[in-house]
Design a protein around this ligand. Structure first.
Ligand SMILES: *Cc1c(COP(=O)(O)O)cnc(C)c1O
Length: 459
């Protein structure tokens, strides 16, 4: 038996695990969530991959034989350079960092995407299917997706980035991957142009079917599931409940913590940490979710105006009423605003709270963490650490874990500015500058990108 998955908008068919994984977004525009949550299994003092298997197995059920699921998980976490995959590092009394950046691209997205790449390839092989993955990136997600799908038999991956507008390290992390099924496209335009092209490709139904287009964005349930593991595993190392502080963009990471808590992991508060793009912070303050233009910050992977995964929480807050959720999302799309009833806010605040750091405070947090604890953090992690420090002042007895979502070497300029020293380059980055790049430049034109894909994708 597998757990069934239902759409947050109530109209799409219920699906099992593998179909939910392949679908990504539900047909009614909603997001898939499990119908029920299994209880947390015994995971005390188990290695990471074993923990992941125990937690994921009930969500997968009969859809994948246990041995195969084990192999998929083992392969996914073998690529991590730390034996513990996601080690916990103590900073102070009751204060910890959970390091999620030991994967191939040095950002936490590897934890979910390494698993998703292997899972997709397995499911597709069994169904004798092939997909063409297309995505737009402003930096980090593209390289994590490319690392996850390089060399896969049943998927080709095309990643669009705005030409000249991603950092050299970010570009090289994508373009130096030498694999026949990986295609980098530098678009002569902005990140918005890239996203609009990708949308146009997916909206062209004939092209979508012809190429079996697929996306692996952060709303995919399998990505959330992979992230539940490190929350539950971290809590199992404590004798009392802990809180987490999570640097947030799409609300995917923090939502995974909420799922872990729903399964019984002893998590007290989930603290949502925002940069200057603070739609969630303002929501927790006022009960009003209101879109504002995105402004660039030192933590670019959190520069987001709509936190897509929030819809999953909203569905719960509406007592899992798909029609009610669809109505709210529809009106939010039209007006850019949503106001939560006081009762809903009260319920929400029992489990969540929010904090924010602007760029100056982010630099100050990198500097202070370096001075006080001798630990160098990247700007995303610093937003979490800074918000966590403020929370600790009001909750001195409580244990708190801040999530470290990227390796500091990915953001050398901010680190140098804040600490006076450039971060050490890990081996995977050190070799980057010597390698040949593979990338094609195209105009910001959907038809040109379509022709490019048609010529190159294996069908
Ligand atoms: C994607 C990302 C985030 C935000 O995670 P969400 O799941 O989108 O909330 C934070 N930090 C880094 C380094 C990221 O790459």
């Amino acid at each position: 038996m597998s757990i069934s998955y239902v759409s947050t908008r109530g109209k799409a068919p219920r699906l099992g695990f593998t179909e939910t994984t392949l679908a990504g977004l539900a047909r009614d525009g909603g997001l898939y969530v499990p119908e029920t949550l299994p209880p947390l299994p015994d995971i005390v003092r188990k290695p990471y991959a074993e923990t992941a298997f125990r937690i994921m197995a009930p969500f997968v059920g009969d859809d994948i034989p246990a041995e195969d699921l084990k192999n998929i998980i083992d392969a996914s976490y073998k690529t991590f350079t730390h034996p513990d995959v996601a080690p916990l590092r103590q900073l102070d009394d009751n204060f910890y960092l959970l390091e999620l950046f030991h994967g191939p691209t040095l950002a936490f997205k590897d934890i979910a995407l390494q698993f998703l790449g292997n899972l997709f390839d397995y499911i597709l092989a069994r169904k004798h299917q092939r997909v063409t993955i297309v995505g737009a990136t402003s930096g980090d997600t593209g390289s994590a997706a490319i690392e996850a799908f390089k060399g896969k038999q049943n998927a080709d991956i095309f990643i669009l980035h705005p030409k000249g507008r991603v950092s050299e390290v970010q570009r090289r992390q994508m373009t130096t991957v030498d694999s026949g099924n990986v295609f980098n496209i530098a678009v002569e335009g902005s990140f918005d142009d890239c996203q609009n092209i990708v949308k146009a490709l997916f909206n062209d139904e004939k092209f979508r079917d012809e190429m079996s287009l697929s996306a692996v964005n952060s709303i995919n349930w399998a990505r959330i599931l992979a992230q539940v593991v490190y929350y539950a595993r971290a809590t199992a190392q404590f004798v009392k409940p802990v809180s987490f502080c999570v640097p947030t963009g799409n609300f995917g990471n923090v939502y995974a913590g909420h799922v872990a808590r729903g399964m019984g992991a002893p998590i007290e508060k989930l603290i949502v940490a925002s940069n200057r793009n603070d739609i969630l912070y303002r929501f927790f303050q006022t009960g009003e979710m209101k879109i504002q233009p995105v402004a660039p910050s030192l933590s670019p992977s959190m520069d987001i105006q709509i936190s897509s995964n929030f819809e999953r929480l909203l569905f719960e807050l509406q007592n899992r009423d798909g029609d009610a959720t669809a109505k709210i999302m529809e009106s939010f799309r039209e007006t850019g605003e949503f106001k939560a009833a006081p009762a809903i806010m009260a319920q929400l605040k029992t489990g969540f709270t929010g904090g924010k750091l602007n760029d100056a405070a982010t630099l100050a947090a990198i500097g202070a963490t370096h001075r006080k604890y001798g630990v160098t953090v990247d700007p995303h992690t610093a937003v979490g650490v800074g918000v966590a420090e403020a929370w600790r002042r009001n909750n001195p007895q409580a244990a708190i874990i801040a999530l470290a979502t990227a390796h500091p070497a990915k953001f050398p300029d901010a680190v140098q500015q804040a600490t006076g020293t450039a971060p050490d380059l890990p081996p995977s980055l050190a070799g980057l500058h010597g390698r040949a790049e593979k990338c094609d430049t195209l105009p910001a034109d959907a038809a040109a990108v379509q022709a490019y894909l048609r010529e190159r994708a294996r069908k």
